[in-house]
Design a protein around this ligand. Sequence first.
Ligand SMILES: CCCC(=O)Oc1ccc([N+](=O)[O-])cc1
Length: 302
Amino acid sequence: MAAFAPPTDGVADVYPRNAIARLAVAAALACGALTLAQPASAAGPFERGPNPTDSLLEASRGPFSTSNQSVSSLVTGFGGGRVYYPNDTSQGTFGAIAISPGYTASWSSLSWLGPRIASHGFVVIGIETNSRYDQPASRGRQLLAALDWLVEDSPTAVRSRIDPSRLAMAGHSMGGGGSLEAADDRPSLQAAVPLAPWNLTKNWSGVRVPTMIIGGENDSVASVTTHSQPFYESIPASSEKAYLELNGASHFFPQTTNTTMAKSMVAWLKRFVDDDLRYDPFLCPAPRGTAIEEYRDTCPHS
Ligand SMILES: CCCC(=O)Oc1ccc([N+](=O)[O-])cc1
């Protein structure tokens, strides 16, 4: 059996998780029937930053220093906001994510997320909505308008840093419901992260975008049993998805610094926006800890 053991020199990542399939790959490699097109240890083209660790993902900032600029309310399709971006221009472009606040709230309610996510190598736009009373479908359209503005009309310092093929969105409450609407409308998006999402629509069987839903166990505005859980279960198993339920958290957990939420959110964005397999171990096997009430997933990710 030793001859069929997965190698330990960096190519172990090419092995399927299924034990029989692993043996088949090992045997094919050993007898020359299969060759690796490239060393499996080669970095993916969108990997940015150092190898991730627990402490890197749990720190208040990632490895990139960032700048930010106000976005005028005179833009088309959304209400302006603030854009955050890594200062580094030496590693190529970055993915971009638009984030919407919830009902009656402004971006300031989530603003800790701007520099936190940007410092891991993303351009982040935190939006103001056209009206504080906009419903999820409108918030979804505004998230897409913000991504279009980033790619097409933002200042050169922002636009030049963005890879237009690697876009994502997130939002809190009705903004999270809006991020589901946007994922449903634009399957070319690479990732969605609804936070305590609220939506009257419970069926998201059309969503193909890799989606991580984060809910709070004690949410009394968008209870996980009537919102996050049915949303998650309605997304087909053929789509990449995860459900993270935070132990004892209320509806308002995204409004203050939350290490468990940020760690999983960044790992999801890195894995699916940057196709960075170094972050897979932070998603599969499921993260555990006292802050986590429950985790559901589609591991292993294909
Ligand atoms: C920060 C506000 C988060 C949010 O959107 O909360 C709400 C969600 C839904 C309703 N509602 O249906 O009335 C109210 C608040």
